[in-house]
Design a protein around this ligand. Structure first.
Ligand code: GRF
Length: 199
């Protein structure tokens, strides 16, 4: 049976779009289906993208102890939770319940340039300020700390001498769109179900 995937987003949702498009293009072979999009803000562009693709949406309370998210995930029998620009920390109760079944993408090479306050343009500005020659993308399982947990894969992106935070963000985002849908499919294919003991 196809793994039921929920995507969580706070913002525009270009990664959500890449995942949805990939699933549409590879409908005959993908291991999962995108069955729910959760946002912690009504204004998240990701909700509009979900509606355009007829994917059920829910706005959860990103500040509770996880009750609203757990209720939505249970209602839709979700097997795998995919964070795509979700800016709230996942509450411990949810991490415990979905241990090994929540993944996140970060626009940097963790453990560098991650953690509290390190999101969006701030990551790329910090990379440039550090003088690093290489940055990249990390996909990892989520644990109870921000931008932490076992790394699934990383891709490197070269920092150019004349890069700004914006130009670097755009190149890293292109890589995110390429790799995240494939990693989501790979993790879904591990056949992680609600009965799995966790990874
Ligand atoms: C991406 O850079 C992602 O790595 C980070 O937040 C951004 C989300 O962008 N976690 P979008 O909402 O998918 O366009």
């Amino acid at each position: 049976m196809a793994a039921r995937i929920a995507v969580l987003a706070s913002g525009g949702g270009t990664n959500l779009q890449a995942i949805v498009d990939y699933h549409a293009q590879h409908a005959a072979t993908v291991a999962g289906s995108i069955t729910l999009v959760c946002a912690n803000r009504e204004s998240a562009g990701a909700l509009e993208r979900a509606r355009e693709s007829a994917i059920p949406t829910v706005v959860i309370d990103g500040s509770d102890a996880g009750e609203s998210l757990l209720a939505a995930l249970a209602l839709h029998s979700i097997d795998l939770v995919v964070l795509a620009g979700y800016l709230k920390q996942i509450p411990p109760a949810v991490v415990r319940r979905y241990h090994g079944r929540i993944i996140n993408i970060h626009p940097g090479l963790l453990p560098d340039f991650g953690g509290p306050g390190m999101y969006g343009a701030r990551v790329h500005a910090a990379v440039i300020a550090s003088g690093a020659a290489v940055t990249g993308v990390t996909v990892h399982f989520v644990d109870d700390q921000l931008d932490h947990g076992p790394v699934i894969a990383q891709w490197k992106v070269k920092v150019a001498a004349d890069d700004t935070a914006e130009s670097l963000a755009a190149r890293v985002l292109e890589v995110e769109h390429l790799v995240y849908p494939r990693i989501v499919d790979m993790v879904a294919a591990l056949n992680v179900t609600a009965h799995s003991p966790g990874l």
